[in-house]
Design a protein around this ligand. Structure first.
Ligand SMILES: [Zn+2]
Length: 222
């Protein structure tokens, strides 16, 4: 049973615009809050691609989700748009990207780069629900674990997935269930399920959801 989730206020000139990447859109992404979420359930306009990414990268707040969607857009377009144009050092320096962000774009065409850049850089408008602004915890999105500071929770998840060979989407789904404070627990849970199939992992997520006293939201995590 799903209660209706409020759509955030949309500025007049941004109607039919994806909240994540500013591309034209006609879908909505519903963020179902749980015990660990610092904001209420809400829904934002999203293009098809960002909708799919957002469902997979819910994490523990809409802002973390947003960072993760941007990271994914970067990853996807860095990979697919490498069409062999060589960049000069000066072009790299002149770009608005940080060196790190730009790494993946070095081999992409200029136009494709511009499109991707604009999607990644698109400033999502502030979240306001029925005229009431939602306090953003975006500035505090840094994440520290085991003595290491990560620029975002999503970066920490990527790091742990790669280093330990974990299922990244599963780890994300677990973290979004148990909250960022139990990150170590989430990692351990993924490690003991390293050879588990999707069905088993789905069961684990269901158990966690029951533990939290909620139904697993209908978002797909894989
Ligand atoms: Zn989008």
């Amino acid at each position: 049973m799903t209660l209706s989730i409020p759509l955030i206020d949309i500025p007049f000139d941004l109607r039919h615009t994806c909240w994540f990447c500013a591309e034209p859109c006609d879908a909505h992404f519903e963020y179902h809050a749980n015990n660990h979420t610092s904001h209420p359930s809400l829904s934002v306009p999203a293009c098809k691609e960002c909708l799919k990414l957002a469902k997979q990268h819910k994490l523990t707040s809409i802002w973390e989700c947003q960072v993760a969607v941007k990271d994914e857009l970067m990853r996807i377009y860095a990979k697919h748009l490498a069409i062999g144009i060589n960049w000069t050092e000066q072009e790299l320096i002149d770009s608005e990207f940080s060196c790190k962000v730009f790494e993946g774009f070095k081999k992409s065409g200029w136009m494709m780069y511009l499109i991707a850049r604009d999607r990644v850089n698109a400033p999502s408008w502030p979240i306001v629900i029925d005229g009431v602004p939602l306090e953003s915890d975006q500035v505090n999105s840094n994440f520290e674990f085991d003595g290491v500071k990560y620029p975002s929770l999503s970066k920490a998840i990527s790091h742990y997935s790669e280093t330990l060979g974990l299922d990244k989407l599963f780890l994300q789904a677990v973290v979004s269930q148990v909250g960022r404070a139990r990150f170590g627990y989430a990692v351990r849970l993924c490690r003991i399920n390293i050879t588990s199939n999707k069905r088993v992992k789905q069961e684990v997520l269901k158990d966690l959801a029951i533990e939290q006293g909620e139904e697993l939201s209908n978002s797909t995590w894989f």
